[in-house]
Design a protein around this ligand. Structure first.
Ligand code: HSE
Length: 403
């Protein structure tokens, strides 16, 4: 596609779609134009003239001049249909839909290989921060030990506002929605699902492991209560929603999304508001720290723009680590393929209702501290990820925060 003019068929004209339109207007150097925009709602008033829009997807799929499909819609199932159809039609695709990509990672990989067209999705992880391309390209010869970060802007915004400005959870969420940070179903943000989808994508590009969403354990911020906030304030800590993937002592991969108490010396401590931050740890480079705005129209559109621009010089993800993993497992290198394991221990604070105290203590490997009043209590100590998953599945009213 190098040197070729990029004619874009855009699906969706919400917050990010309009953001992309604006950003493209201000980037005249890029040889890319939006030729048609396909939207669903016929009655919605839009910022630009009706001649730009169509309600019929085939106006994009059947237009031979359109060589790039940009998918920026909300519905993950409809997005998958659009993206697979575009790839099958030989059109390159840019998407920001983390849920769709996480749920169909293997199929999307196969479609790219079969139809020999690229799908780029930098905006799906951490919006403005170019983390996917870094993980994909840069760490080829360096052994990655771990990636850990704040990958959801809305929850970081809510935590910052409730912590620093004593705003209520509901008011902070409303602000995040008004600013266009939150998903249309905000439980995806607050329940840690959006962070999990992003972690799944990062896991594939960093360690070459393709997980299913259900494989990765996630707890969000929706159950954090006054006790955890008080605990954090008394100890000069902040609470951050952290996604982590790392090689454990057995050489397996462990990964999860959990709220975490973060101390001032932690790099993630000052990553506030809508910012995202990711710390990579590698054998030779040691720690590296990426930071950037993780949500919002223009930050997200900037990553979409960068992907469009990359298509202009034929960039595609090579998925080198996935290919390596697949080759290794075919040849039985090191005896076994890379696996995802919950057999790791974590230090946590568990807040619980008074009646559950004795039962919950049984799940811990060791207990450092416990406190109980007539209503509720907390336990700090070491628990395995397996047991933590079991407790969460048990439908008790509790909250976990990593220590
Ligand atoms: N709802 C997402 C977030 C949008 O808050 O991070 C960006 O992916």
């Amino acid at each position: 596609m190098s040197g070729k003019k990029l004619n874009i068929g855009l699906f969706g004209f919400g917050c990010v779609g309009f953001g992309l339109y604006e950003v493209l207007q201000k980037t005249p150097g890029l040889k890319a134009d939006i030729k048609k925009i396909c939207v669903k709602d016929r009655l919605k008033k839009r910022e630009i003239g009706s001649e730009n829009f169509t309600f019929d997807p085939s106006d994009i799929f059947n237009d031979p001049e359109i060589n790039v499909v940009v998918e920026l819609i909300d519905d993950a199932d409809a997005a998958f249909e659009i993206v697979s159809k575009a790839l099958k039609s030989g059109k390159a695709v840019v998407s920001a839909n983390k849920k769709m990509i996480a749920e169909h990672f293997t199929e999307l990989l196969e479609l790219q290989r079969e139809y020999k067209v690229p799908l780029l999705y930098e905006a799906a992880c951490c919006a403005s921060m170019p983390i996917i391309r870094n993980l994909e390209e840069y760490y080829d010869n360096d052994l990655l030990d771990s990636i850990e970060g704040i990958v959801n802007g809305s929850t970081n915004y809510i935590l910052t506002k409730t912590f620093k400005e004593n705003l209520s959870y509901e008011a902070a969420l409303k602000e995040a929605q008004e600013k266009g940070f939150a998903e249309s179903n905000p439980i995806l943000d607050t329940g840690g699902f959006d962070a999990k989808y992003k972690l799944l994508i990062l896991l594939a590009h960093s360690f070459g492991y393709i997980a299913q969403p259900a494989d990765l354990f996630n707890i969000g911020i929706d159950k954090i209560g006054k006790l955890e906030l008080k605990y954090a304030k008394e100890k000069d800590l902040k609470i951050k929603l952290v996604a982590k993937a790392f090689k454990n002592a057995d050489g397996d991969i462990s990964a999860f999304v959990l709220p975490k108490f973060v101390a001032a010396e932690d790099r993630l401590y000052n990553v506030d508001d809508v910012f995202n931050g990711v710390v990579t740890k590698t054998s030779f480079a040691d720690e590296q720290f990426f930071v950037g705005k993780g949500a919002g129209a223009h930050p997200t559109a900037s990553a979409v723009l960068s992907d469009i621009s990359a298509l202009g010089y034929d960039y595609k993800y090579e998925y080198k680590k996935i290919s390596q993993q697949q080759a290794d497992s075919r040849q039985q290198i090191d005896g076994k393929p890379l696996t995802l394991s919950d057999d790791v221990t974590l230090k946590v604070l568990l807040r619980h209702e008074a009646a559950d105290a004795e039962n919950l203590k049984k799940y811990f490997i060791s207990i450092d501290e416990s406190y109980l009043n007539h209503e509720s209590g907390y336990i700090t100590g070491t628990i395995s990820l397996q047991q933590l998953r079991e407790v969460e599945g048990g439908n008790l009213k509790q909250s976990f925060v990593l220590l």
